[in-house]
Design a protein around this ligand. Structure first.
Ligand SMILES: Cc1cc2nc3c(=O)[nH]c(=O)nc-3n(C[C@H](O)[C@H](O)[C@H](O)COP(=O)(O)OP(=O)(O)OC[C@H]3O[C@@H](n4cnc5c(N)ncnc54)[C@H](O)[C@@H]3O)c2cc1C
Length: 461
């Protein structure tokens, strides 16, 4: 008999959700995480007494607890969490800003976005409402070929600026492709961000992860950290075991891998195929901590600002190490009902070039961080006001940091541009869940973990 019916490789959000779902039905399951703590792209660390979250700007897919069909509430039911006891804080408003051209405000009340489009793009609002009807009628989960979002949207909207303004938040929060995105992915992101909206859970990411790990253990599942899986062993073409970097072998009946297509294929001994799946979109992010008193001098009434100084959206890998010409500015304290703290945070994200960061020597890397950090602060200060003199602590991470801490090839946060929607791999009892299955973000990756277990693993119990 195998040690476990199911091994889950990776203790990020999709792996934890998959583990809870399976353990709930009495299956023996272990989640193997290579780092000392779970969370993956969405984790936390401590510096100078501050708890810093690695990924969280906001969770998407906000839903009122009474809306039984909403993805967030379905996820909570599947994991047996009480949605009523899960305290959420909704965003204030967010802003899409192309300075000197136009700006659009949106909130968790979709009609605000419609009013803004009617005000700033009066000739486009009827066309936008027809696009909305098409989005509402579309099933992004039915199997079909890749469809260009830009070609679909341009059948409805004919103002290129409005098209790019709408695409900016949807791409930067979940598109692994450059320039364009699959229409199914666009529909998922449009619903999660514009129609459902942003929120934060009460507490920190550490509290959220503790809630998931405790549930996994309460349901009889296990998690082992500091356990790097180095290979998957097969018998008669089926996966029967994993080998850890320590040499330990753990046997199993099936595997769900959440480490992406390139990582999973290389565990299976298919490295040439894995090269075809490496993504190019990656980012640098800076986290600034400032004293509460410094807040009043800034333009800080939004939760998230998506800005572009270019006329058109530059959603592609930049030629330079960082592109400060567009990005995201997030105020993680700007959610309704959060207690005021002594300090507040600003998080700034820009697209980045993996190769330049990867090739740099350690002294070049340190200089690049300093130079690009300065350029970024100059640009951001023009948008929200000067905050530089009040920074009490700052930290930043690059594509190399993302690759080191999550094993995402090339630091590609949103994984491979090619997704495996049904989760199947060339090995019949190894399945992909998480980012490279096609669901992105915190709630998306958890939904992915649950749906892969439902579709492929639970039917065998
Ligand atoms: C800067 C940044 C900001 C973000 N902001 C948001 C946001 O505001 N809202 C939002 O919803 N989403 C956000 N995201 C995206 C979100 O974090 C991810 O979509 C989600 O966490 C992906 O979860 P996952 O489980 O699919 O993958 P991962 O988090 O990558 O989990 C995979 C896990 O596998 C582990 N692993 C890798 N290789 C091995 C191995 N060989 N053996 C064992 N373990 C291994 C890794 O250590 C990792 O823990 C952000 C991401 C980043 C990087």
């Amino acid at each position: 008999m195998a040690d476990y019916s199911l091994i889950i490789v990776g203790g990020g959000l999709s792996g934890l959700a998959a583990g809870i779902r399976y353990a709930r039905f009495g299956g023996s399951v272990v989640v193997l995480e290579k780092h000392a703590i779970p969370g993956g792209l969405n984790s936390y660390y401590f510096r100078k007494g501050y708890l810093l979250e690695t990924g969280l700007h906001a969770m998407t897919n906000f839903a009122d607890p009474r809306d039984k069909r909403a993805p967030l509430n379905r996820l909570f039911r599947q994991l047996k969490f009480s949605r009523n006891e899960f305290v959420t804080h909704e965003q204030y408003t967010s802003l899409i800003s192309f300075p000197g051209k136009a700006s659009l405000c949106f909130s968790n009340n979709f009609s605000l976005l419609q009013e803004e489009i009617a005000r700033h793009f009066p000739g486009q609002i009827d066309k936008f409402n027809r696009l909305l009807a098409a989005v509402n009628a579309y099933d992004p989960f039915s199997p079909r070929e890749w469809i260009s979002t830009r070609s679909v949207i341009s059948r409805y909207l004919d103002d290129p600026l409005l098209i790019d303004m709408l695409l900016l938040p949807l791409m930067v929060y979940g598109n692994s492709e450059e320039h364009d995105m699959d229409f199914g992915q666009f529909v998922i992101m449009f619903r999660s961000i514009f129609q459902e909206g942003f929120f934060r859970p009460d507490g920190t990411m550490k509290d959220f992860l503790t809630m998931l790990v405790n549930k996994l253990i309460d349901c009889g599942g296990e998690i082992r950290c500091n356990c790097k899986v180095e290979s998957i062993g097969k018998t008669d073409g089926k996966a029967t075991r994993v080998r850890l970097s320590t040499g330990e072998i753990i046997t199993c009946d099936a595997i769900v891998s959440t480490i992406g297509i390139p990582g999973t294929f290389s565990l299976l001994g298919l490295p040439e195929q894995s090269d075809n799946y490496a993504g190019r979109m990656t980012f640098v992010e800076s986290i600034y901590i400032l004293p509460r008193e410094a807040k009043s001098s800034l333009k800080n009434d939004n939760t998230i600002i998506f800005y572009s100084l270019y006329d058109r959206l530059h959603y592609h890998q930049p030629e330079e190490a960082v592109d400060t010409g567009w990005g995201v500015i997030c105020f993680p304290g700007n959610f309704h009902g959060l207690a005021e703290e002594d300090h507040f945070q600003i998080r700034v994200t820009h697209s980045a070039n993996y190769d330049l960061w990867h090739q740099a020597s350690s002294s070049e890397y340190a200089t690049m961080k300093e130079v690009w950090g300065r350029k970024s602060r100059e640009v951001i200060s023009k948008i929200i006001g000067n905050y530089e003199q009040n920074i009490v602590y700052e930290d930043s991470f690059t594509p190399v940091t993302i690759e080191r801490f999550t094993a995402k090839a090339r630091g590609a946060v949103y994984g491979s541009p090619v997704k495996i929607k049904d989760g199947r791999t060339p090995c019949s009892n190894v399945f992909i869940a998480g980012t490279d299955q096609g669901f992105l973000g915190i709630i998306g990756s958890m939904l992915s973990g649950v749906s892969i277990v439902n579709q492929h693993i639970l039917k065998n119990i």
